[in-house]
Write a protein that binds this ligand. Structure first.
Ligand SMILES: CC(C)(COP(=O)(O)OP(=O)(O)OC[C@H]1O[C@@H](n2cnc3c(N)ncnc32)[C@H](O)[C@@H]1OP(=O)(O)O)[C@@H](O)C(=O)NCCC(=O)NCCS
Length: 118
């Protein structure tokens, strides 16, 4: 399954201006926040988590929250995504792939999941 999302960078900036670090804590872990040096990256991570929730068909909600999805980066800066174990199990996910881009005040993310063979 695949999922896609687009997020306004200004919206994330306004959230941060209003609520400070709590705005980021709402959808990012402490390790993820350490990777965020600018609003573009935070908006990309928001888009990535929304896209990941679409890729399992639920959207963000009771079945999959922002904190059920973990984003990291490899040594070249490429983003990686992993769902918490109970989600991987429930939706039979073997591996997830994530790509992020941002320009013109928008961040866009695409997530693709591969399934375990049964
Ligand atoms: C990595 C690269 C593809 C990003 O493309 P871009 O047009 O500059 O920027 P985009 O907005 O499309 O994408 C940025 C996002 O790409 C992702 N990204 C960064 N490095 C990546 C990589 N090696 N592979 C895949 N995705 C990568 C990140 O999520 C980044 O956003 P973030 O840093 O806010 O999380 C581009 O910079 C490139 O080809 N660089 C060549 C190598 C290079 O110059 N490296 C510089 C460090 S040595």
């Amino acid at each position: 399954m695949i999922g896609i999302d687009v997020t306004s960078i200004d919206r994330i900036k306004r959230m941060f201006d209003k609520f400070g670090i709590k705005a980021y804590q709402r959808f990012l872990s402490e390790d993820e926040i350490k990777l965020v040096k600018r609003a573009e990256t935070a908006a990309g991570f928001w888009a990535a988590k929304e896209a990941a929730s679409k890729a399992i068909g639920t959207g963000i909600g009771k079945d999959c929250g922002f904190h059920d999805i973990k984003i990291s980066k490899d040594e070249l800066g490429a983003p990686k995504l992993k769902y918490k174990k109970h989600i991987r199990k429930k939706f039979n996910i073997k591996k997830s792939h994530l790509s992020i881009t941002h320009d013109a005040n928008l961040a866009i993310a695409v997530v693709k999941n591969s399934k375990k063979k049964k």
